[in-house]
Ligand binder design. Structure first.
Ligand SMILES: Nc1ncnc2c1ncn2[C@@H]1O[C@H](COP(=O)(O)OP(=O)(O)OP(=O)(O)O)[C@@H](O)[C@H]1O
Ligand SMILES: [Mg+2]
Length: 365
């Protein structure tokens, strides 16, 4: 558990953080958010003693950190930053190994850990361990940054805009991966972001800061439905209902759907299409391939001829997606339902626009 009690930090006349009190419970993800310069990074860096507070006290698991040597403290705290901060002249493996080696882990244990962490962040050790940072994409480098922060299995993670430098699609994937890893590892996490959608998606609780002060500290649901004052209200913006959709998983909204195989005889396709205007098309393994409108049937001799081929990555979602993602796919494609597939891309059902509307209607205004 991390506990800040009336912590302040001044630089001459500039007050970066004012009287900040905040608790991050064990296993909880707390996301710090607020305008540029409001004191987020300063707060984070005081927790691992990269910066010393001017006033106030900080405790980790009940122990005041000013009494713990910074080097010792940092062993129990993983730190990942936006610019990633990988050592350019070291391979990916050596970068990840920095802290375990400081801790004098046996070579075999370090090697095993590197393998395990690369797999955890979704990178093939055979391909990536020996690469240098300048041979990585931005998203890959950020994943290595997260792997390095996790290396010595610290119970606490401090992350300063860890997914900041990548495109929205990669960012979404990194967030999903973070959530999966967090579900498994249950770290105590203090994460800084500029991106409200990211905060809503990742946080158990969000701490909104303004001018060095804590303005509201609450669950995403609470912040979206009951902003404490005009600042939070304006910060959260107008599409609050949409934002709340990103807290709702699609799993309980998946319904069975009509589909035909590439090999389904046209007669059978016609009979399926009597009940619906169009159907999803899957290959013989059940993998999503596209869709077919019944108006295209008369002119075609096979499903392959009649169908529209669809890009699986752009059209389908998995059962781990949120209603907001489902909605954005529907709007992007102009579909009133969107296919749901398993990890192998096999069609398992669909989510409809009507379901998203029903979920929005049930929210408090
Ligand atoms: N070393 C320093 N000397 C003087 N002022 C500083 C120093 N570090 C930070 N500040 C000031 O403290 C305030 C808070 O800075 P901080 O880096 O914590 O902001 P932030 O919320 O992380 O902003 P951003 O979102 O832009 O990263 C700013 O006004 C900044 O100019
Ligand atoms: Mg910052």
């Amino acid at each position: 558990m991390i506990r800040l009690v009336k912590v302040s930090k001044s630089y001459g006349d500039t007050i970066a953080v004012r009287q900040l009190s905040l608790v991050v419970n064990q296993g909880e993800v707390c996301v710090l958010i607020g305008p540029s310069g409001c004191g987020k990074t300063t707060t984070l860096r005081m927790v691992n003693r990269l910066i010393e507070p001017t006033a106030g006290r900080i405790f980790i698991n009940g122990k005041e950190i000013s009494r713990v040597k910074p080097e010792q403290l940092r062993r129990s705290i993983g730190y990942a930053i936006q610019s990633v901060g990988l050592f350019p002249h070291m391979t990916v493996a050596d970068n990840i190994a920095v802290v375990p080696e400081l801790l004098h882990w046996a070579k075999s244990r370090v090697a095993h850990r590197i393998d395990e962490l690369l797999r955890l962040v979704g990178l093939d050790p055979l391909e990536y361990a020996s690469k240098y940072p300048n041979q990585l994409s931005g998203g890959e480098a950020q994943r290595i940054g997260v792997a390095r922060a996790l290396a010595a299995n610290p119970p606490i993670l401090l992350m300063d805009e860890p997914f900041g430098a990548v495109d929205p699609l990669t960012r979404e994937k990194l967030q999903a991966q973070f959530l999966r890893i967090q579900q498994e590892l249950k770290k105590t996490v203090l994460l800084v972001t500029h991106d409200l959608d990211e905060a809503i998606r990742l946080a158990d609780r969000i701490a909104i800061m303004a001018s060095g002060r804590l303005v509201q500290h609450a669950t995403p649901e609470e912040i979206l439905s009951r902003p404490t004052n005009k600042f939070v209200h304006d910060f959260v913006g107008t599409d609050r209902a949409l934002k709340r959709l990103s807290r709702i998983g699609v799993a309980s909204f998946i319904r069975p759907t009509h589909s035909v195989k590439l090999s389904t005889p046209m007669k059978e396709v016609a009979s399926v299409c009597e009940r619906c205007h169009w159907v999803w098309v899957v290959d013989d393994d059940g993998k999503f391939t596209g869709w077919l409108d019944r108006t295209s049937l008369p002119a075609a001799n096979s499903v392959r001829q009649a169908m529209v081929v669809g890009d699986r990555d752009e059209i389908t979602i998995t059962k781990n997606a949120t209603l907001r993602e489902a909605l954005s796919r529907m709007l992007g494609q102009g579909f009133n339902s969107i296919p749901v597939v398993d990890e192998e891309g096999r069609l398992i059902g669909e989510v409809s626009l009507g379901d998203v509307e029903a979920a929005t209607a049930k929210m408090e205004p």
